[in-house]
Design a protein around this ligand. Structure first.
Ligand code: KG4
Ligand code: ZN
Length: 337
């Protein structure tokens, strides 16, 4: 089955075709980052308008590669969570195509897309596994018993980890989105004179809190202004280390509580090199395994939506009627396969 997937939940327009028979993927990805940079964050109205402009030409390019739209068997789009106007662009395009061609269409959960992205790698995680979902809007540990059987073990009580990266990067004068920039700066030094707290690691449970780290960063910046390049790099280094330590402690706790031997990292922050290395080492030391998506499938993309959609469409699931897009949507409400 060839499934065309459309991702438009935030500031990336992603269109991809996944062929379940061969595992082959064709994809196009466009990031609107430059448009939003001068505002220091994503402007929802600009995001929706740009998806409208970019989606149709990208679709045309992919179809030219594949041959014809008649080769597509079904359509998938990101139904939520995300920015409502942005979601509607992808949803309407997918539904319009499906209606015109009389093919099935399915609204996919954005976080399920992230969660299953490691399955696009050659070495697929074995079920059941614990997933650490870390993006700009979410931070959670999920018990994945089977596809569609998700139980949230713990999530952030305040900021998402990507948000904490982006806000701290802004304090350090780095351009938006600051996560990757902060990581680069942090990796440019090997030590730091600063120490950040490791929030909530001494309390039982699998909840996270990252707003305190942002406040700690603000205090350190204020106490050390004006910042030179060395100071900024050392602050970034200490911040990243604290985030990674915190995530590592909670991931290991989740593996212990579930008794599972596989850990998956997904979402934009999953591209963080220190996080990948630290979790790889920590899981190996406990005879568990870490599975990560390829870097291109960590941040938002169409392939993960086409893939998650294909798994469900192959089991006969599809939208029964024109359903609303969902700015908020819990993973736990999804049907099992
Ligand atoms: O999953 P994603 O592309 O979009 C959302 O669904 O939110 O995640 C984007 C987030 C941003 O906060 C970005 O700064 C962060 O992921 N990010 C990183 C890195 N690459 C992206 N954070 C830390 N280190 C990175 N290498
Ligand atoms: Zn995402």
């Amino acid at each position: 089955m060839k499934v065309l997937g459309i991702e438009s939940s935030c500031d990336e327009t992603g269109i991809a075709v996944y062929d379940s028979a061969s595992g082959r993927i064709w994809q196009r990805l466009y990031s609107q980052i430059e448009q939003h940079r001068e505002y220091g964050g994503v402007v929802p109205e600009l995001a929706s308008r740009d998806h409208v402009v970019k989606a149709a030409p990208m679709l045309g390019e992919i179809l030219a590669e594949i041959g014809s739209i008649d080769d597509i068997d079904a359509f998938a789009y990101t139904r939520g969570p995300g920015l409502i106007g942005a979601l509607m662009v992808g949803a309407n395009l997918a539904r319009g195509l499906a209606w015109a061609l009389d093919k099935p269409v399915l609204g996919v959960h954005h976080m399920e897309g992230h969660l299953l992205a490691p399955m696009l790698a050659d070495e697929k995680p074995l079920l059941p596994f614990v997933a650490l979902l870390v993006s700009g809007g979410h931070t959670m540990l999920v018990d994945v018993r089977a596809i569609g059987e998700y139980r949230i073990l713990g999530e952030t009580l305040d900021d998402a980890v990507g948000e904490a990266f982006d806000k701290t990067a802004k304090l350090l004068g780095l351009p938006y989105p600051g996560g990757p920039e902060l990581a680069r700066l942090a990796d440019s030094v090997t030590r730091s004179r600063f120490e950040f707290p490791r929030p909530m690691i001494n309390r039982p449970g699998l909840e996270f809190s990252f707003s305190g780290l942002k406040t700690a960063a603000l205090n350190i910046v204020r106490q050390n202004e004006p910042l030179d390049d060395d100071l900024r790099a050392e602050i970034a280094h200490a911040f990243q280390q604290a985030v990674v330590d915190t995530l590592r402690v909670k991931c290991l706790r989740a593996l212990k509580e579930t008794g599972y031997r596989s850990l998956v990292i997904a979402g934009g922050v999953g591209a963080n090199r220190l996080l990948r290395d630290a979790l790889d080492k920590a899981t190996r030391a406990r005879r568990a395994r870490l599975y990560v998506p390829a870097l291109e499938y960590c941040t938002d993309n169409g392939a993960m939506i086409a893939y998650a959609g294909a798994l469900r469409l192959l089991h006969g699931q599809h939208d029964q009627s024109v359903s609303d897009v969902l700015p908020r949507w819990s993973l736990e409400t999804l049907p099992a396969l």
